[in-house]
Design a protein around this ligand. Structure first.
Ligand SMILES: Cc1cc2nc3c(=O)[nH]c(=O)nc-3n(C[C@H](O)[C@H](O)[C@H](O)COP(=O)(O)OP(=O)(O)OC[C@H]3O[C@@H](n4cnc5c(N)ncnc54)[C@H](O)[C@@H]3O)c2cc1C
Length: 1023
């Protein structure tokens, strides 16, 4: 047992039905102080029965292994060789990876040719200095890839004659063959039968056991999950059929399987513990039961850190049933990731739980395969730190401390150490040397063979098990790419072993003397020292979620009375009078007000999220993101103002001083919408204020309380009250009064194109000065998907883009354009994913966290969307609709997808969860032209593995924000400045570097410095 403090997280009441017994309660928060934890880990190592490590012994043990592997390099297709020939940082490595990931799934020749040409065109596979050609790929494909570059036309190029086309197809076929051969090195078999045969029939049969995995992407639909379940079930049957009497003598002595819970349920996530209990658990149990009957090892793979707690809950539920129904069986297993800061606490929790249940477990210790995505998630969410170690040595150290705890828990654990790192293996053998503990080593198929060939020669070497992926190559190559990425990193042992330039000192470095400083900046420092990233929370952590749920239950007064047009006009006069004083306030003080406001918003996050849920129907996730956006606006515009508004000295003739100064224009009218009642409102208002304008702020009729929340905080932060007026009311009355007022010096408007036109006309009709209008309006936003895209990634992006926030975002996806070649399969997956969505009321604490889609904003919107749906029922083909509970019929619109015949059939922006789909074929340029012809130009999504095509589409599309291979919503201030062109708005982009300038007047001041007595500087010898 370790003594790392693993504090208990408070239980959260009012959540979905919890899974029985949650050992995860003892894990504590996922983010901790890394350096402090490292000191604790160091102190922990060598306690108890396991001897203290002397790293010189470790080196002594590992050095001959490394030397032997380097003296006899592995076969050319081994991961080590591939990485040496084609490091992923090289064009060739990247091309290889892209082709491996995508080519086999492309159904149509044209796209396959374009993809091959695109990737091979970037690389130089024949580029060996000695001109010998490349041994790996030329060996694999009979020089095909080398020829490809010469023969293939570029994407969109004129097909250059029949001969060349024939040549291109031949080359693509050869490339496909090459990739299949490559896949064979990392995938043991396309079926479990062939994998068993290959595994047992290899020259080394009998030396290694296997753990088979039916790999693929996680399930996105229930049908996917059923397919995976069937594949796992079949694998267990096949393994047990291969054993005498259908049963192993012991799980440690036979092949087993590894399963991913995410493959068995599309909603395997902490927010849906209800479904995990009702649907996933029974499925897993059928597998566990079958494994127990055959006495085989079944291991739950470790996945993302936000699933750790729910995975332990599943494990605990399984253990209870195993204890009751298969008390003799010791084959249930799980993988634990050492890179998680909670790794040692996880080991402790699992050991404790196994003892409590009286069940023996097989625990596979890994370092962790999702490091880059864990880091990205933490940065995107603005978490206080990372849930994973950020230094490789720290992961290695944590691995050893976890190993020590597992070795010491022999009464309930059979440790399985999975690593390819010779130093880690040597350290484990040193640690276990005197303990007599039983354990096994594990490696991945296609990796680490050389090192283990050495390790296994030792006397009393532990057993070895190989993790062996099984399935169709086209599905598994994404897995290969994952492994390439993971092991191709400079810090990876496999990469360093393959690199002859890495000396033993580096390769076998001790993790017991870690660096004092960490290199990776914390998520809060993502934007450097200029501004802090808005602080977020991790909803998957109960202790962080709790304050939000509590805030939902608190009563707050959300009534904000409308003002009359006369009151609005009087406010304009007051704001006009107050503007000079505010403009004269030092810029530093104006910026300080914004920064103090940002901090106040951050501190009040629970209250504001609750307000957004009650007033705007926002889900918790959307609410947190919105508050963070508001915070980012305040800090970003403060930083921009300091940069842009400082007087600039301009070049000119000697004897003259020229200076450009920016100043507020007067009273800005800010009219904001209900769909981002806090964030958009904040963006407009603080931009206008920081540039020295006073602000007449008219929030949407539906959401004035969210706007008031900002105004109150601005004033508390030191904004003089007469510089801003909150003027709720109807657009036709209050809005018109403000825009038409003689003191209106400019308008920021976000809303419909029709209202923007009305405002423009009102302004044009004024006799006074011509004032600027910044209008952000809607969009008929499209996503172009070609046949090289990964369907699961597309579905994730589509569901998020079209249905999150009930489709009530300007950026939301309205028109999905799918290549004909993959349309049937993709739309089937979309239908399945729609059926998984849960509609609900985000303001209800007991369901809030698990709601995917909330209500539409009001009855008027509901009626409008319903009318459109009636038309679609006649004019389009229904693809699928999410289930709509009867109680929500009058407030919610069920997310739905309809297929249209052509792009031009979409006429009108519908602000709701309604997705239109068209199929396309032929040239992508024509499709982009049709999208452009819709006249809007806000967001565009692109999903393709053909880089040149993605860039070509982006260049041709007349839109403001293009998102490639991801969702197309959630623009981040200062990162993806937001706003479009055409019918979508005037620009400049909100949250971008040009926004503030539009709110300013400009003045140059020229001083003739030679006027009084001549040019002293020139005479003194200076220009
Ligand atoms: C049999 C087997 C089963 C596996 N099952 C799983 C599983 O269920 N779930 C899973 O997540 N992984 C799994 N893996 C993958 C495993 O997590 C490792 O990614 C992989 O084995 C490489 O680790 P290594 O010890 O071989 O190599 P090493 O090169 O020693 O370690 C590489 C690991 O260090 C970590 N790392 C890299 N850079 C840093 C950094 N800057 N800071 C902190 N840490 C860093 C990464 O996690 C990386 O994977 C499995 C591996 C094997 C062999």
């Amino acid at each position: 047992m370790t003594s790392i403090p693993c504090s208990a997280a408070p239980a959260v009441s009012g959540e979905p039905t919890p899974l029985p017994h949650a050992p995860a309660d003892t894990l504590g928060p996922p983010v901790l102080d890394e350096m402090q934890l490292v000191s604790q880990l160091l102190a922990q190592l060598g306690r108890g029965a396991v001897p203290r490590l002397d790293w010189s012994d470790v080196r002594r043990r590992a050095t001959p292994w490394v030397n032997a592997v380097r003296a006899h390099p592995p076969a050319f297709w081994a991961m080590e060789s591939l990485l040496q020939e084609y490091p992923i940082s090289s064009a060739e490595g990247l091309a290889l990876m892209r082709l491996a990931e995508a080519l086999l799934r492309v159904p149509d020749t044209a796209t396959a040719i374009a993809l091959t040409a695109d990737q091979l065109g970037r690389a130089d596979f024949a580029g060996h200095p000695d001109g010998s050609g490349h041994p790996v790929l030329s060996g694999l494909a009979d020089q095909a890839i080398v020829w490809s570059r010469k023969l293939l036309p570029g994407d969109g190029a004129d097909p250059a004659g029949l001969l060349q086309r024939l040549g291109a197809q031949t080359v693509v076929k050869a490339t496909v063959r090459a990739i299949q051969l490559l896949g064979r090195q990392f995938v043991l078999g396309e079926s479990i039968e062939s994998a068993l045969q290959r595994g047992h029939g290899s020259p080394r049969a009998g030396q290694a056991l296997h753990s088979y995995d039916m790999l693929g992407e996680g399930a996105r639909t229930d049908a996917d999950a059923q397919r995976y379940l069937q594949a796992y079930r079949h694998a267990l049957e096949a393994i047990s059929a291969s054993l005498p009497g259908g049963r192993a003598s012991a799980p440690e002595a036979a092949d087993g399987i590894s399963i991913k819970l995410s493959a068995l349920d599309p909603r395997y996530e902490a927010a849906r513990t209800d479904l995990v209990a009702e649907r996933l658990l029974p499925r897993v149990w059928t597998l566990v039961d079958a494994a127990a009957r055959a006495n085989l090892n079944l291991t739950l793979d470790a996945e993302e850190s936000d699933r750790l707690e729910v995975s332990l809950q599943v494990l605990d539920a399984l253990m209870r049933r195993v204890a009751a129904e298969h008390p003799q069986w010791g084959g249930l297993g799980l993988a634990v990731q050492a890179y998680q800061l909670r790794a040692t606490c996880t080991v402790d929790a699992v050991v404790r739980q196994a003892r409590a249940r009286g069940v023996r477990l097989m625990v596979r210790l890994v370092k962790g395969a999702y490091w880059d995505s864990e880091v990205k998630r933490a940065q995107e969410l603005g978490l206080s730190g990372y849930p994973v170690f950020t230094e490789k040595d720290h992961t290695d150290l944590s691995y050893l401390v976890c190993a020590q705890a597992l070795l010491a828990a022999q009464d309930v654990v059979y440790p399985q150490f999975a690593t390819h790192n010779a130093a880690t293996i040597a350290a484990l053998l040193e640690m276990a040397r005197t303990t007599g503990a039983r354990f096994e080593m594990q490696r991945l198929h296609g990796m680490g063979e050389g090192v283990y060939a050495q390790v296994m020669q030792a006397e009393a070497a532990p057993p070895l098990r190989v993790y062996a992926p099984v399935g169709r190559h086209r599905d598994l190559l994404a897995y290969l790419v994952r492994r390439l990425l993971e092991n191709g990193a400079n810090s990876s042992f496999v990469h360093q072993l393959a690199d002859p330039g890495t000396g033993l000192d580096t390769l076998l470095r001790s993790p017991l003397a870690p660096r004092a400083h960490m290199k990776l900046p914390l998520p809060s420092h993502l934007y450097g020292s200029a501004r802090a990233n808005a602080r977020g929370i991790d909803l998957a952590v109960a202790a962080q979620r709790l304050p939000l749920l509590q805030a939902l239950t608190r009563k707050s007064d959300r009534t904000v009375p409308d003002v009359t047009p006369a009151q609005a006009a009087a406010a304009m006069d007051r704001l006009h009078a107050a503007q000079p004083a505010w403009a004269a306030t030092p810029l530093a003080e104006r910026c300080a007000v914004l920064r103090r406001t940002a901090s106040a918003l951050e501190s009040d996050l629970p209250h504001l999220v609750a307000l957004l849920a009650h007033e705007g129907g926002k889900t918790l996730g959307d609410g947190v993101a919105e508050v963070r956006e508001a915070v980012d606006f305040c800090r970003y515009y403060a930083e921009q103002a300091e940069r842009l508004l400082a007087p600039q000295v301009l070049p000119g003739p000697t004897g003259e001083h020229n200076e450009l100064r920016l100043h507020g224009r007067g009273v800005f009218v800010c009219i904001s919408p209900w769909n981002f009642p806090l964030a958009i409102f904040t963006g407009q208002v603080v931009a206008a204020l920081v540039t020295g304008n006073t602000v007449a702020a008219k929030p949407a009729e539906q959401t004035p309380a969210s706007a008031r929340a900002l105004v109150e905080r601005l004033v508390q932060a030191g904004l003089p009250p007469d510089t801003i007026a909150l003027l709720p009311g109807r657009g036709e009355t209050v809005g018109t009064t403000l825009v038409g007022h003689r003191h209106c010096a400019g308008v920021c408007f976000t809303g419909s194109t029709a209202v923007a036109r009305t405002i423009a006309r009102t302004l044009a009709a004024q006799d006074g000065p011509i004032v600027p209008l910044i209008a952000e309006t809607g969009g008929l936003n499209a996503m172009v998907v070609d046949s090289s895209a990964l369907p699961e990634q597309v579905i994730d992006a589509v569901v998020t883009s079209a249905f999150r926030s009930a489709g009530q975002r300007c950026s939301a996806l309205r028109l999905l354009c799918v290549h004909e070649g993959i349309a049937d399969d993709l739309l089937e997956m979309l239908a399945g994913a729609l059926r998984e969505l849960r509609l609900g009321v985000p303001a209800q604490p007991d369901e809030s966290w698990s709601v995917d889609v909330g209500p539409v904003i009001d009855a008027e919107a509901h009626a409008h969307l319903s009318r459109h749906l009636q038309r679609l029922e006649h004019d389009a083909r229904l693809i699928a609709r999410a289930p709509l509970p009867a109680a929500l019929q009058s407030t919610h619109i069920a997310p739905v997808a309809f297929e249209l015949a052509r792009v031009g059939d979409l006429k009108e922006e519908l602000f709701g969860p309604i997705l239109h789909v068209v199929r396309w074929t032929g040239g992508v340029d024509t499709l982009v032209d049709e999208i452009n012809a819709l006249g809007y130009g806000l967001t565009l999504g692109v999903h393709t593995r053909i880089d040149e095509r993605a860039q070509r589409i982006a260049a041709r599309a007349r839109v403001g924000n293009v998102y490639i291979n991801r969702n197309m919503i959630g623009a981040v201030v200062g990162v993806q400045p937001f706003g479009g062109e055409g019918l979508s708005g005037t620009g400049p982009k909100a949250g971008g570097p040009h926004y503030l300038l539009r709110l300013c007047g400009e003045q140059t001041v020229t001083v003739n410095t030679a006027a009084a007595g001549g040019n002293a500087a020139l005479l003194a010898g200076h220009s």
